[in-house]
Design a protein. Structure first.
Length: 378
Protein backbone atom coordinates (compact mmCIF):
# COMPACT_ATOMS: atom_id res chain seq x y z
CA UNK A 1 0.00 0.00 0.00
CA UNK A 2 1.01 3.59 -0.39
CA UNK A 3 3.01 5.12 2.43
CA UNK A 4 4.29 8.49 3.37
CA UNK A 5 7.59 9.73 1.95
CA UNK A 6 10.60 8.81 4.06
CA UNK A 7 13.75 10.63 3.01
CA UNK A 8 16.73 9.01 4.68
CA UNK A 9 20.47 9.30 4.80
CA UNK A 10 22.94 6.57 3.85
CA UNK A 11 26.00 5.41 5.75
CA UNK A 12 28.73 3.05 4.57
CA UNK A 13 31.02 1.64 7.25
CA UNK A 14 34.28 -0.06 6.22
CA UNK A 15 32.58 -1.33 3.05
CA UNK A 16 34.73 -3.90 1.26
CA UNK A 17 34.37 -6.07 -1.84
CA UNK A 18 36.73 -8.78 -3.05
CA UNK A 19 36.47 -10.64 -6.33
CA UNK A 20 38.65 -13.64 -5.60
CA UNK A 21 42.11 -12.33 -4.70
CA UNK A 22 41.34 -8.89 -6.19
CA UNK A 23 40.07 -6.19 -3.81
CA UNK A 24 37.72 -3.93 -5.76
CA UNK A 25 36.50 -1.80 -2.84
CA UNK A 26 38.83 -1.09 0.07
CA UNK A 27 37.07 -0.26 3.34
CA UNK A 28 35.01 2.76 2.31
CA UNK A 29 33.49 4.98 5.02
CA UNK A 30 30.93 7.42 3.66
CA UNK A 31 27.88 9.30 4.93
CA UNK A 32 25.20 10.89 2.74
CA UNK A 33 22.88 13.38 4.42
CA UNK A 34 19.12 13.30 4.05
CA UNK A 35 18.10 15.00 0.82
CA UNK A 36 21.70 15.31 -0.38
CA UNK A 37 22.79 14.79 -3.99
CA UNK A 38 26.14 12.98 -3.79
CA UNK A 39 28.03 12.12 -6.96
CA UNK A 40 30.61 9.32 -6.99
CA UNK A 41 33.17 10.22 -9.63
CA UNK A 42 36.08 8.12 -10.81
CA UNK A 43 37.85 6.52 -13.76
CA UNK A 44 36.96 3.09 -15.10
CA UNK A 45 37.97 0.41 -12.61
CA UNK A 46 37.93 2.74 -9.59
CA UNK A 47 35.12 0.75 -7.92
CA UNK A 48 32.32 3.32 -8.16
CA UNK A 49 29.77 1.05 -9.89
CA UNK A 50 30.63 -1.84 -7.54
CA UNK A 51 29.83 0.43 -4.59
CA UNK A 52 26.50 1.38 -6.17
CA UNK A 53 25.59 -2.26 -6.82
CA UNK A 54 26.41 -3.20 -3.23
CA UNK A 55 24.20 -0.40 -1.91
CA UNK A 56 21.38 -1.58 -4.21
CA UNK A 57 21.82 -5.21 -3.15
CA UNK A 58 22.77 -6.52 -6.59
CA UNK A 59 26.32 -7.40 -5.46
CA UNK A 60 27.09 -9.11 -2.15
CA UNK A 61 29.44 -7.31 0.22
CA UNK A 62 32.62 -8.90 1.53
CA UNK A 63 32.76 -6.82 4.69
CA UNK A 64 31.40 -3.74 6.40
CA UNK A 65 27.91 -2.31 6.82
CA UNK A 66 25.34 -0.44 4.73
CA UNK A 67 22.93 1.59 6.88
CA UNK A 68 19.78 3.21 5.53
CA UNK A 69 17.58 5.19 7.93
CA UNK A 70 19.87 3.76 10.61
CA UNK A 71 18.84 0.19 9.77
CA UNK A 72 21.32 -2.38 8.56
CA UNK A 73 20.40 -3.36 4.98
CA UNK A 74 23.76 -4.96 4.19
CA UNK A 75 22.35 -8.41 3.49
CA UNK A 76 18.77 -7.58 2.60
CA UNK A 77 17.42 -8.36 -0.87
CA UNK A 78 17.08 -5.41 -3.27
CA UNK A 79 13.28 -5.45 -2.83
CA UNK A 80 13.61 -5.13 0.96
CA UNK A 81 15.79 -2.03 0.84
CA UNK A 82 13.27 0.54 -0.46
CA UNK A 83 15.80 1.93 -2.94
CA UNK A 84 15.04 3.30 -6.41
CA UNK A 85 17.48 2.65 -9.25
CA UNK A 86 18.02 4.28 -12.66
CA UNK A 87 20.34 2.49 -15.08
CA UNK A 88 22.19 3.81 -18.12
CA UNK A 89 20.07 1.64 -20.45
CA UNK A 90 16.83 2.61 -18.59
CA UNK A 91 15.64 -1.09 -18.51
CA UNK A 92 12.07 -0.21 -19.52
CA UNK A 93 9.64 -3.02 -20.39
CA UNK A 94 9.29 -2.59 -24.19
CA UNK A 95 5.76 -4.07 -24.34
CA UNK A 96 4.42 -1.77 -21.59
CA UNK A 97 3.33 1.83 -21.98
CA UNK A 98 5.19 4.59 -20.15
CA UNK A 99 2.41 4.71 -17.57
CA UNK A 100 2.45 0.94 -17.03
CA UNK A 101 6.23 0.99 -16.64
CA UNK A 102 5.87 3.57 -13.88
CA UNK A 103 3.00 1.67 -12.26
CA UNK A 104 4.72 -1.74 -12.32
CA UNK A 105 6.74 -1.25 -9.14
CA UNK A 106 3.72 0.20 -7.36
CA UNK A 107 1.63 -2.87 -8.25
CA UNK A 108 4.38 -5.18 -6.95
CA UNK A 109 4.33 -3.23 -3.67
CA UNK A 110 0.59 -3.66 -3.25
CA UNK A 111 -0.66 -0.21 -4.20
CA UNK A 112 -4.34 -0.17 -5.17
CA UNK A 113 -5.40 0.66 -8.73
CA UNK A 114 -6.78 4.11 -7.93
CA UNK A 115 -3.60 4.98 -6.00
CA UNK A 116 -1.47 3.75 -8.89
CA UNK A 117 -3.34 5.82 -11.46
CA UNK A 118 -3.08 8.95 -9.33
CA UNK A 119 0.62 8.42 -8.63
CA UNK A 120 1.46 7.71 -12.28
CA UNK A 121 -0.22 10.97 -13.28
CA UNK A 122 1.76 12.81 -10.60
CA UNK A 123 5.04 11.31 -11.80
CA UNK A 124 4.37 12.03 -15.48
CA UNK A 125 3.68 15.63 -14.52
CA UNK A 126 6.87 15.80 -12.44
CA UNK A 127 9.11 14.62 -15.29
CA UNK A 128 7.41 16.72 -17.96
CA UNK A 129 5.57 13.89 -19.75
CA UNK A 130 1.97 14.69 -18.84
CA UNK A 131 -0.43 13.16 -21.37
CA UNK A 132 2.20 10.74 -22.73
CA UNK A 133 1.53 7.79 -20.43
CA UNK A 134 -0.01 5.63 -23.19
CA UNK A 135 3.09 5.70 -25.40
CA UNK A 136 5.34 2.68 -25.71
CA UNK A 137 9.11 3.12 -25.10
CA UNK A 138 9.83 2.85 -28.84
CA UNK A 139 7.55 5.85 -29.39
CA UNK A 140 9.65 7.98 -27.02
CA UNK A 141 12.97 9.74 -27.56
CA UNK A 142 16.02 8.77 -25.54
CA UNK A 143 15.52 11.69 -23.19
CA UNK A 144 11.86 10.84 -22.70
CA UNK A 145 12.71 7.20 -21.96
CA UNK A 146 15.20 8.41 -19.36
CA UNK A 147 12.44 10.49 -17.74
CA UNK A 148 10.14 7.46 -17.60
CA UNK A 149 12.91 5.44 -15.91
CA UNK A 150 13.39 8.25 -13.39
CA UNK A 151 9.64 8.51 -12.74
CA UNK A 152 9.45 4.74 -12.20
CA UNK A 153 12.33 4.87 -9.71
CA UNK A 154 10.76 7.73 -7.74
CA UNK A 155 7.13 6.60 -7.91
CA UNK A 156 7.12 4.44 -4.76
CA UNK A 157 8.85 7.19 -2.72
CA UNK A 158 12.17 5.44 -2.13
CA UNK A 159 14.35 6.29 0.82
CA UNK A 160 17.31 6.48 -1.55
CA UNK A 161 17.70 6.92 -5.31
CA UNK A 162 20.73 5.37 -7.04
CA UNK A 163 21.67 6.47 -10.55
CA UNK A 164 24.30 4.64 -12.62
CA UNK A 165 25.51 6.93 -15.44
CA UNK A 166 21.89 7.61 -16.52
CA UNK A 167 22.90 10.29 -19.04
CA UNK A 168 25.70 8.31 -20.64
CA UNK A 169 23.66 7.19 -23.67
CA UNK A 170 22.49 10.70 -24.56
CA UNK A 171 24.19 13.22 -26.86
CA UNK A 172 25.91 16.21 -25.28
CA UNK A 173 23.11 18.76 -25.80
CA UNK A 174 20.50 16.39 -24.38
CA UNK A 175 22.77 15.49 -21.44
CA UNK A 176 23.04 19.16 -20.52
CA UNK A 177 19.28 19.63 -20.75
CA UNK A 178 18.55 16.46 -18.76
CA UNK A 179 21.06 17.47 -16.08
CA UNK A 180 19.00 20.61 -15.60
CA UNK A 181 15.86 18.51 -15.30
CA UNK A 182 17.52 16.26 -12.72
CA UNK A 183 18.42 19.33 -10.64
CA UNK A 184 14.83 20.56 -10.79
CA UNK A 185 13.35 17.17 -9.89
CA UNK A 186 15.78 16.72 -7.00
CA UNK A 187 14.87 20.16 -5.67
CA UNK A 188 11.16 19.26 -5.81
CA UNK A 189 11.37 15.75 -4.36
CA UNK A 190 14.29 16.26 -1.92
CA UNK A 191 15.16 12.59 -2.36
CA UNK A 192 18.57 11.40 -1.19
CA UNK A 193 20.57 10.62 -4.35
CA UNK A 194 23.81 8.75 -5.01
CA UNK A 195 24.82 9.32 -8.62
CA UNK A 196 27.69 7.51 -10.35
CA UNK A 197 29.53 9.00 -13.32
CA UNK A 198 32.99 9.39 -14.84
CA UNK A 199 32.01 12.78 -16.34
CA UNK A 200 33.39 15.79 -14.45
CA UNK A 201 30.94 18.23 -16.04
CA UNK A 202 27.95 16.19 -14.85
CA UNK A 203 29.41 16.02 -11.36
CA UNK A 204 29.95 19.79 -11.24
CA UNK A 205 26.46 20.49 -12.57
CA UNK A 206 24.48 18.20 -10.30
CA UNK A 207 26.18 17.66 -6.98
CA UNK A 208 25.95 18.98 -3.45
CA UNK A 209 29.12 17.01 -2.77
CA UNK A 210 31.40 14.79 -4.85
CA UNK A 211 33.29 11.68 -3.75
CA UNK A 212 36.29 11.06 -6.01
CA UNK A 213 37.31 7.39 -6.15
CA UNK A 214 40.62 5.80 -7.11
CA UNK A 215 41.63 2.12 -6.83
CA UNK A 216 38.69 1.15 -4.64
CA UNK A 217 39.07 4.01 -2.17
CA UNK A 218 37.54 7.46 -1.72
CA UNK A 219 40.45 9.75 -2.60
CA UNK A 220 38.54 12.91 -1.63
CA UNK A 221 35.05 14.09 -0.79
CA UNK A 222 33.91 17.71 -0.68
CA UNK A 223 31.80 20.34 -2.42
CA UNK A 224 32.51 20.86 -6.14
CA UNK A 225 33.98 24.32 -5.49
CA UNK A 226 36.40 23.18 -2.78
CA UNK A 227 37.49 20.12 -4.76
CA UNK A 228 38.29 22.39 -7.70
CA UNK A 229 39.92 25.25 -5.82
CA UNK A 230 41.70 23.20 -3.16
CA UNK A 231 42.34 19.67 -4.50
CA UNK A 232 43.68 17.30 -1.87
CA UNK A 233 46.06 15.35 -4.13
CA UNK A 234 47.64 15.38 -7.57
CA UNK A 235 45.06 12.82 -8.78
CA UNK A 236 42.11 14.97 -7.69
CA UNK A 237 43.76 18.03 -9.25
CA UNK A 238 44.06 16.34 -12.65
CA UNK A 239 41.08 13.99 -12.85
CA UNK A 240 38.52 16.29 -11.26
CA UNK A 241 40.04 19.75 -11.68
CA UNK A 242 41.69 19.23 -15.06
CA UNK A 243 44.63 21.20 -13.68
CA UNK A 244 48.21 21.18 -14.90
CA UNK A 245 50.72 19.58 -12.56
CA UNK A 246 54.26 20.84 -12.23
CA UNK A 247 56.95 19.28 -10.02
CA UNK A 248 57.98 21.24 -6.95
CA UNK A 249 59.60 20.95 -3.55
CA UNK A 250 58.24 22.24 -0.28
CA UNK A 251 60.62 24.80 1.28
CA UNK A 252 58.77 25.75 4.46
CA UNK A 253 55.25 26.37 5.79
CA UNK A 254 54.25 30.02 6.15
CA UNK A 255 51.09 29.77 8.26
CA UNK A 256 47.52 30.69 7.34
CA UNK A 257 47.41 27.68 5.00
CA UNK A 258 50.29 28.94 2.83
CA UNK A 259 53.59 27.32 1.92
CA UNK A 260 56.77 28.37 0.12
CA UNK A 261 57.74 26.01 -2.69
CA UNK A 262 60.54 25.83 -5.22
CA UNK A 263 59.43 25.14 -8.81
CA UNK A 264 62.44 23.83 -10.77
CA UNK A 265 61.03 24.47 -14.26
CA UNK A 266 60.72 28.18 -13.40
CA UNK A 267 63.73 28.12 -11.03
CA UNK A 268 61.79 30.25 -8.56
CA UNK A 269 60.44 30.09 -5.04
CA UNK A 270 56.81 31.15 -4.68
CA UNK A 271 54.26 31.37 -1.88
CA UNK A 272 51.04 29.47 -2.61
CA UNK A 273 48.14 27.74 -0.89
CA UNK A 274 49.06 24.45 0.77
CA UNK A 275 46.98 21.30 0.49
CA UNK A 276 46.89 18.70 3.27
CA UNK A 277 50.02 16.70 4.23
CA UNK A 278 52.34 18.67 1.95
CA UNK A 279 56.08 18.18 2.44
CA UNK A 280 59.16 17.18 0.50
CA UNK A 281 58.59 16.45 -3.18
CA UNK A 282 55.19 17.83 -4.13
CA UNK A 283 53.17 18.86 -7.17
CA UNK A 284 51.80 22.32 -7.87
CA UNK A 285 48.29 22.26 -9.31
CA UNK A 286 47.91 25.07 -11.86
CA UNK A 287 44.46 25.73 -13.40
CA UNK A 288 44.40 26.20 -17.15
CA UNK A 289 42.63 29.55 -16.63
CA UNK A 290 45.31 30.93 -14.26
CA UNK A 291 47.39 32.37 -17.14
CA UNK A 292 46.94 35.61 -19.05
CA UNK A 293 48.83 37.41 -21.80
CA UNK A 294 50.58 40.29 -20.09
CA UNK A 295 53.29 42.89 -20.37
CA UNK A 296 52.85 43.77 -16.70
CA UNK A 297 52.82 41.49 -13.68
CA UNK A 298 50.46 42.28 -10.81
CA UNK A 299 51.02 41.42 -7.14
CA UNK A 300 50.54 37.68 -6.54
CA UNK A 301 51.44 36.94 -10.17
CA UNK A 302 54.59 35.43 -11.64
CA UNK A 303 55.97 36.13 -15.10
CA UNK A 304 56.52 32.95 -17.12
CA UNK A 305 57.56 32.24 -20.68
CA UNK A 306 55.97 29.35 -22.56
CA UNK A 307 56.82 28.16 -26.03
CA UNK A 308 53.58 27.55 -27.93
CA UNK A 309 53.21 24.01 -29.27
CA UNK A 310 49.66 24.15 -30.61
CA UNK A 311 46.49 26.19 -30.20
CA UNK A 312 42.82 25.46 -30.82
CA UNK A 313 39.98 27.98 -31.10
CA UNK A 314 37.14 26.81 -28.81
CA UNK A 315 34.66 29.67 -29.28
CA UNK A 316 34.79 31.75 -26.09
CA UNK A 317 38.35 30.64 -25.35
CA UNK A 318 41.51 29.60 -27.13
CA UNK A 319 43.16 26.46 -25.74
CA UNK A 320 46.95 26.52 -25.97
CA UNK A 321 49.53 23.83 -25.24
CA UNK A 322 52.79 25.48 -24.21
CA UNK A 323 56.13 24.22 -22.97
CA UNK A 324 58.15 25.80 -20.16
CA UNK A 325 61.90 25.24 -20.52
CA UNK A 326 63.75 25.31 -17.21
CA UNK A 327 67.28 24.49 -16.05
CA UNK A 328 67.57 20.81 -16.96
CA UNK A 329 63.81 20.26 -17.04
CA UNK A 330 60.75 20.99 -19.19
CA UNK A 331 57.04 20.93 -18.42
CA UNK A 332 53.96 21.03 -20.63
CA UNK A 333 51.04 23.31 -19.78
CA UNK A 334 47.54 23.44 -21.19
CA UNK A 335 46.13 26.92 -20.80
CA UNK A 336 42.88 28.65 -21.74
CA UNK A 337 42.69 32.34 -22.54
CA UNK A 338 39.56 34.34 -23.45
CA UNK A 339 38.89 35.20 -27.06
CA UNK A 340 40.72 34.49 -30.29
CA UNK A 341 44.49 34.14 -29.87
CA UNK A 342 45.43 31.67 -32.60
CA UNK A 343 47.85 34.09 -34.25
CA UNK A 344 49.48 35.10 -30.98
CA UNK A 345 49.91 31.44 -30.02
CA UNK A 346 51.18 30.01 -33.31
CA UNK A 347 53.50 27.01 -32.96
CA UNK A 348 57.03 27.86 -31.89
CA UNK A 349 56.26 31.37 -30.69
CA UNK A 350 57.32 32.39 -27.18
CA UNK A 351 54.39 33.53 -25.04
CA UNK A 352 54.90 36.14 -22.33
CA UNK A 353 52.40 35.15 -19.65
CA UNK A 354 51.42 36.15 -16.12
CA UNK A 355 50.51 33.28 -13.80
CA UNK A 356 48.06 34.01 -10.97
CA UNK A 357 49.68 32.36 -7.93
CA UNK A 358 46.53 32.74 -5.81
CA UNK A 359 44.93 30.02 -7.96
CA UNK A 360 47.79 27.54 -7.54
CA UNK A 361 47.84 24.86 -4.82
CA UNK A 362 50.65 22.65 -3.51
CA UNK A 363 49.39 19.05 -3.33
CA UNK A 364 50.88 15.69 -2.35
CA UNK A 365 51.68 13.38 -5.25
CA UNK A 366 49.30 10.45 -5.66
CA UNK A 367 51.39 7.30 -6.13
CA UNK A 368 49.45 6.27 -9.24
CA UNK A 369 50.26 9.53 -11.06
CA UNK A 370 53.76 10.05 -9.67
CA UNK A 371 56.16 11.13 -12.38
CA UNK A 372 53.43 12.69 -14.51
CA UNK A 373 53.23 16.47 -14.29
CA UNK A 374 50.99 17.36 -17.20
CA UNK A 375 47.30 18.08 -17.12
CA UNK A 376 44.81 15.49 -18.26
CA UNK A 377 41.14 16.30 -18.67
CA UNK A 378 38.58 14.16 -16.89
Amino acid sequence: MAGTSIVSGLELQSLTKNFGPARAVRGINLSVAQGEFLTVLGPSGSGKTTVLRMIAGFTDITGGLILLSGRDVSRMTPAERNIGMVFQNYALFPHMSAGDNIAYGLKMRGWGKAERVRRVDEMLELVGLAGMGARLPRELSGGQQQRVALARALAFRPELLLMDEPLGALDRELRIRMAGELRRIHAETKTTVVYVTHDREEALTLSDRIAVMLDGRVEAIDTPERLYRQPSSSFVATFFGGHNLVAGKAVRPLGDGMIRVHIPVFDKEVDILAGTHVSGEIAVAVPAQAFRFAQDVKPNEMRVTLQAHESVYMGDVTRIVGIAHGPGTNSDFQIEVPGHHLDAASAGRNLDMALDLTRCVAVPITERVKGSHTAEAA
